[in-house]
Design a protein around this ligand. Sequence first.
Ligand code: PEP
Ligand code: MG
Length: 852
Amino acid sequence: MLRLHSPLRGWCARLDETPDEVFAQRLLGDGVAIDPTGDTLYAPCDGEIVSVATSRHAVALRAENGAEILLHVGIDTVALGGQGFQALVQAGERVKRGQPLLKFDLDVLARGAKSLITPILITNGDQFSVAEACVGMSVEVGDALLNVVSAASQADSASGAAGQEETLSFAVPLEHGIHARPAALIANFAKAQNHEITVSSHGRQANARSAVSLMSLGVKHGDEVALVASGAGARAVLEQLKALVLGIHEAPHAPDAVQAAAPSVSSAPKGGAAHASDRSDTVDATAVTNRLRGVIASRGLAVGRAVTLKDAEIAVVEAGRGIAHESAEFERARDEVRVRLNQLAQHSQGAAKEVITAHLEFIDDWELVACARRAISRGKSAAFAWRRAVRDSADTLRALGDPRMSERVDDLIDLESQVLLALSGEAPVTIPSLPERSILVAEDLKPSQLVSLDATKLAGICLAAGGPTSHVAILAAAMGVPALVALGPAVNAIADGAWLVLDAEQGTLSISPDQIALAAAEQTLAQRRQRQQSERAAAHVDCRTADGQRIEVFANLASIAEAQVAVTHGAEGCGLLRTEFLFLDRDSPPSEDEQLHQYQSIAGALDGRPLVVRTLDIGGDKPIPYLPLPAEENPALGLRGVRTSLWRPDLLRVQLRAILRVQPTDQCRVLLPMIADPAEIRAVRRMLDEVRRELSLSTQVQVGAMIETPSSAVIAARIVREVDFLSIGTNDLTQYTLAMDRGHAELAHRIDGLHPAVLHLISMTVNAADEHDKLVAVCGGLASEPAAVAILIGLGVRELSVVPTLVPQLKSLIRTLTLESCQSLAQRALAMDTAEAVRALANEAMTPAALA
Ligand code: PEP
Ligand code: MG
């Protein structure tokens, strides 16, 4: 089956509505007709141009499956003799779907032709027929228009033969199943194909072009899905889609995030002076008169005045004011919201950007938009049609009972009101200017409302409804704003301007507390701010232990935004740029120039500080859609890191060229992941020398090896001879040493880099490097754990590369340590039997007294 995509923007009608008997009676072939509102005709599919009329008003195209398509702009336009038409292609040329074919002057045509309506026909109807045409609705260029089915396949299916339908079934390995991000990736892939792809699971079916429909399938980890498509090349398309799904990488920052979060929970110091104020971070409970209990969505403490937010109900009328009017309004409102979201996306990052990206995905969701257009074509108002489409999808997602999907429901409902507001001509509900120290009080909050707030004035958020894993919760945490949700309806009675103490450490909201309670909360806040301020103030000063040992604190990066955060938090450079994360969400490898642009921008953001660029670490738990690897029984032990690069030297060469082109030429260092022996380093070095010659570079580039396999640690003395520095990746070193998958949920609590075996390998590595006077850094998650820092320093590590925002805290911790106490702690740790024992020792030692 061949899918044709709309070659024009406009209103799609049945051929019968064409004011010309030849077309209306399908004498030239079956198809549809579009009344255009755009002035360019685009290719509806890939193919070859068979002919362009001498009067340039019509183009005939042969698709790859042999279907011949006539695109005839306007009726009786031949009489214009080419006036107002410009041909952009010629006969014999191969074209891609979406490529412009003709340009025309709508004014000239409107004046000179009988009608602008443009028939799109299949002219070899003996071999092909038209199925599932989208008529009676407005269409955008590229929208699905109709399906062309070959007579042979119809005959096959009529006779019960298998025909050309292909099915590919597999179990979904994604940890969270097909949730929003995988759904969006699948939909984007499917939209770019000529084949109609159906995804089925649990007895339900979804059009692969619609992220919302895909999510509605409720596919969870391990569930079986079947991909179905028909027509020539269908198998290959399904294979590609399968590879894409299998290659989706979940939670790229998980290791860092888990380990960075750990100190505040599992390794909390027992009375350590450096963190003494943590214990007084709660509010005195006795003095509070009016207190509500809620669920913690973003940790912290806030004191401020209530700013209440009440959402206005948007009135929606069911009956439309004419199909053309409502269609135009629908497109206008979506355009308006899309433009605003794109603007917001440019200025946001992290979790806020994710929310906006989800909204952008949904606003053009194939199924949602088609549903709304169908309702409009049945005479409903655009607002009614959109609300119905959104609510139906939201209900289906809600019925799945999956908390991840509830977040998507929030997004859908949020987007529903954005479009309804645009249709009503009202401005989106944003809170005007917030006074200083505002605590926002609302029934619920939409992500779009939160991202439009001035975070500098927002002290906290209390919601009557909401959940701790909602987008608003994630956003609030990313913005550093304490938040409580599910406080119940009593929240709605809070008066504007009332004093509030929001304790999102204990889960309580105190309304109009007395002076004593207020003062206590203020004091706690002041202490906490002071501690963070002094850490931040000292973050830019070189870091030394109390007895003067210099320790460099670098940052691990995966984006330009993180580079900026790292610099403001006092990072001395980037010790690990995970380049694979710069190029995750794409289906083709990044070009040399694209890579150069990214690396150069990060180098610029680091403002001269060293930038350690790790070559693509693809494979294992980091598969990449554009590089499907051969099926492997155990990917963690297969092609990954430098092995993948040497398996695809073309990709490595492009990357090395991009790194070496960064200016100034000595800012970047090259780091090689997953080194197992010196031969791998020599192979990369040979290519580096070639690239340097190609680029006529006289400067040497520093090369480092990651120590993240036990083999490399054991023969570190030989590895180190080949390189300028070593960097220990404790995440993988732990996984391979303990033979425990770093992504294994059951084993998660046991995969601990403080295991004595891992510490012994670190120690061996440092000793080998010391003998050759080479630097050893630790860039794995262990370096971001306060409890582990003293041990690493005691083992001889002199450079840590950590989560960017933790730089100030870690530097201030290091300044309380002495080298001698760290060394003695490290020796005791090496003698322990288990990770638990080392961790207990490390936590105990967090008090300066124990380290003295
Ligand atoms: C590591 O393994 O510790 C490391 C830093 O590399 P990644 O986490 O990217 O595999
Ligand atoms: Mg690693």
